[in-house]
Design a protein around this ligand. Sequence first.
Ligand code: UTP
Length: 303
Amino acid sequence: MSRFEVRKAVIPAAGMGTRFLPATKASPKEMLPLVDKPLIQYAVEEAVASGIEDIIIITGRGKRAIEDHFDRSVELEEILKGSGKAHLLSQMRHISSLANFCYVRQTEALGLGHAVLCAQRLIGDEPFAVMLGDEIIDAPVPGLAQLIHAYKKRHGAILGVQEVPHQDVNRYGIVSSRTIAAGLHRVEDLVEKPAPEEAPSNLAVIGRYVLPPEIFSILRKTRPGKNGEIQLTDALRELAKKSPMHALEVQGQRYDAGDKLGFLIATVEFALNNPSLGPAFGDYLQNRIRPSGGRRTTRARKG
Ligand code: UTP
């Protein structure tokens, strides 16, 4: 194996999901369904399509449903087999065979940086990916695959970025960088959630990273920053001082599904693109938003 092979991905899923309360009071945000699949399954599928074999999910209290989702459900399989639902049965089995899953419990939500640090023993001394499960990237070439491709050429940390409207920079980690090729930037510094007038650019980090194992020793020394949390951004700033770091503009449509409005937008888009639901849902939407005079219809529920 080349030492630049990226085989493992960490999906931190131990956050509190406060932007989505009360839905996330007793259920993990990562299990919110986007049409018919939980958010975290989209991230896992993107990882697998990018060549990842081992997936390390950082969980916390109240997140058991995530483990159950990627495990086999023998009773359900028996029922589906008995009722001749072969297609659903193979879909259910496929979920548990997507990758090798490992779980690490973050006992306290001490921040994204701390969550990544929890994976250190399972990652060891190799490069790895970090994926935030509530960022959905819909792209012909999976978002993470784009980063891994860049990593194989550049070998330092690669951050996935996209341009965001200037007034929205205060919701993201923003990079200060210099462009070195189309869509590729050398990172000089990062700022977490800057005020628009202080932002060095409008290139926002979008929840996809390929990182070298050196990040762990930096994370261990990182003090709590904004909100008293150990911030991954603070550790990345230190790493950028020591070794080359690049930001790659990820090609594809990104949705912030950890936010209520972003989640609704993603739901509409994925539903419209769904082959079995799209046409009927599109008709419904057109009917629903027709200017005054248009009649609204309600689809009858099947009884
Ligand atoms: P966010 O801040 O977006 O997620 O963290 P959150 O804390 O769950 O949600 P809000 O902001 O309160 O609504 C980014 C990612 O890092 C994980 C979260 O699960 C999310 O996927 N995270 C965050 C952890 O795993 N542990 C933490 O201590 C903090």
